[in-house]
Write a protein that binds this ligand. Structure first.
Ligand SMILES: Nc1ncnc2c1ncn2[C@@H]1O[C@H](COP(=O)(O)OP(=O)(O)OP(=O)(O)O)[C@@H](O)[C@H]1O
Ligand SMILES: [Mg+2]
Length: 224
């Protein structure tokens, strides 16, 4: 099977302030090299779902598989490792460490994984930065680059461990149209040239229409 990510009947409730059935019977599948977008009104459950898919939230029923391996039920230590190795995540806000240089920010998840030497990680980071056309900013402090550049650094950081899937929660939500277009092209190229799978929540209709497949959410459900 060529699925990178599969969910089977995921349900989730929030319990406070009162019971709220936020995700209802979510069964989705993302194939290798597929670029999938998720749209839906504010409050429909998109971010809640992404937290589960990215293994950060374990409070749900149903099953989550990554690379055909059942992820549901694993220990926090196992999840942390699986997440770091297999999943890249890009948020609306870049969450870079502003006192650190660009390259130090990109290197962090690889340092945490601790599978390569400092030099190897540094070379990998430079390669990612060059691929995103920001190689020249490697030594710059993260606080001293533009918003569009910061988001590209965040993408480089998400890619440093060569994940099998890149997830994004409104990764272009904070960017102007020029920089949004740039991020879209980067995602498309990663899919086409590296066979990366992508799952991206967006409010941008034009962005979503140009992905391989659009999943629409409404009131915690997938619309078929
Ligand atoms: N910790 C929580 N406790 C209770 N309810 C929550 C919690 N987090 C989110 N919710 C509710 O769950 C619903 C889904 O929230 P979620 O953040 O997943 O929406 P979303 O689709 O990402 O919306 P947006 O497009 O605004 O980001 C909302 O009604 C929200 O108010
Ligand atoms: Mg959200």
């Amino acid at each position: 099977m060529n699925s990178i990510l599969v969910t089977k009947h995921i349900d989730k409730h929030f319990h406070k302030p009162k019971d709220f059935h936020v995700l209802k019977d979510i069964s989705i599948e993302v194939s290798k090299g597929e670029f999938v977008s998720i749209m839906g009104k504010s409050g429909s459950g998109k971010s809640t779902l992404l937290y589960i898919l990215s293994t950060m939230d374990t409070d749900y029923t149903g099953e989550l598989y990554l690379n055909n391996e059942l992820i549901t039920g694993k220990t926090p230590q196992e999840l942390s490792r699986i997440r770091n190795k297999n999943i890249g995540f890009v948020f609306q806000f870049h969450y870079l460490l502003s006192e650190f240089s660009v390259i130090e920010n990109v290197m962090l998840p690889a340092k945490k994984l601790a599978e390569k030497t400092h030099e190897e990680i540094e070379n990998d980071a430079i390669e990612k930065l060059k691929m995103l056309n920001i190689g020249h900013l490697a030594k710059q402090r993260a606080s001293r680059i533009s918003g569009g550049e910061k988001q590209r650094v965040a993408i480089a950081r998400a890619l440093i461990n060569n994940p099998s899937i890149l997830m994004g929660d409104e990764p272009t939500g904070n960017l102007d149209s020029h920089n949004s277009e740039n991020v879209f092209s980067i995602f498309k190229r990663l899919k086409e040239e590296e066979g990366l799978s992508l799952l991206v929540v967006t409010h941008d209709e034009d962005f979503a229409q140009r992905t391989d497949r659009l999943i629409t959410m409404e009131d915690g459900k997938i619309l078929q």
